[in-house]
Design a protein around this ligand. Sequence first.
Ligand code: F6P
Length: 357
Amino acid sequence: MMRIGMLTSGGDCQALNAAMRGVVKCIANSGEEVEFYGFLNGYKGLIYSDFRMLTSRDFSGILTKGGTILGSSRTPFKTIKDPDENGLDKVEAMKQNYYKLKLDCLVILGGNGSQKTANLLSEEGLNIVSLPKTIDNDLWGTDMTFGFQSAVDIATGVIDNIHTTADSHGRVFIIEVMGHKVGWLTLNAGLAGGADVVLIPEIPYDIDKVCNAIRARDERGSRFTIIAVAEGAISKKDAKLSKKEYKEKVANRKYPSVSYEIAEAIQKKTGHEVRVTVPGHMQRGGAPDPYDRVFASRLGAEAGWLVLKKQYGYMVAYKNREIVKVPLKDIAGKLKSVAPDAGIIKEAKALGVCFGD
Ligand code: F6P
């Protein structure tokens, strides 16, 4: 009898359920006798032994369901080794709960921080298989994470909708896209939605270049300008600040995010009426798109095979159009950002997209 634990950690995304269903179906269909233990609300469930025993039936009918049937939470890696408010050693508690349930393996679905904790647990001797989830697509070792494509669809839909109203009113519109410290989501949604300006953290912007792009459109007779701004976008000036100075600046910022700062500067410099739209967590919500349903199901099945073959200490990943396994120790703590000289950036520039550089 195999005993398999499973948890979803960090910010949720579309296709978490599809991925878990893939793991469970693959293992259950192999004929292996198996018990599944679902830890609730991410690593918290493992730390505080909060779990539900699950059967294959729990995973039926969830392919298209957004969110996660196990719940999720953020348990930051940087404080994982600190005792909790009652003095509990969290890492030791996770290990003890794993051993108490006599688990053969723990399947972890998570993004960057969660993969670091997965690697720590693996180094501590637990059998771990992980899957790459996040709308940010910032996980090193995989070309793609599940959730990303669905979020691109939603952000693109927002840009499409904004286009018509921007045209009617002849306005400059900023759409702020999620993505944390990287620009994958903004870049892809920006290109798919035909944004005129795309600002991403990897390419610090000069506000005057942005304004020039707007003026050039004015001169060509365009009534409006669409700007896709990553939530982590940064100006050339701010990029020169130390980490501490930038943090202080953000903490004292008059506006809730960089987009409003950009809007104010554009309004002042060009005289244009500017509006900001922030779709926020909508980008993580709702049903996974067909791409993510297939992708997460495939990753889930591959993770299931790793479990059956007792190949532990890996994250299933997608490299060069193939599903592969990458050692957790190789990915932990690394960020996959957009290279400013990547082909997609050059191609976008050839299409006339302004990156503000
Ligand atoms: O990592 C996914 C993500 O949606 C980021 O794009 C965003 O910066 C962050 O999570 C938001 O976090 P929270 O849900 O904790 O507000």
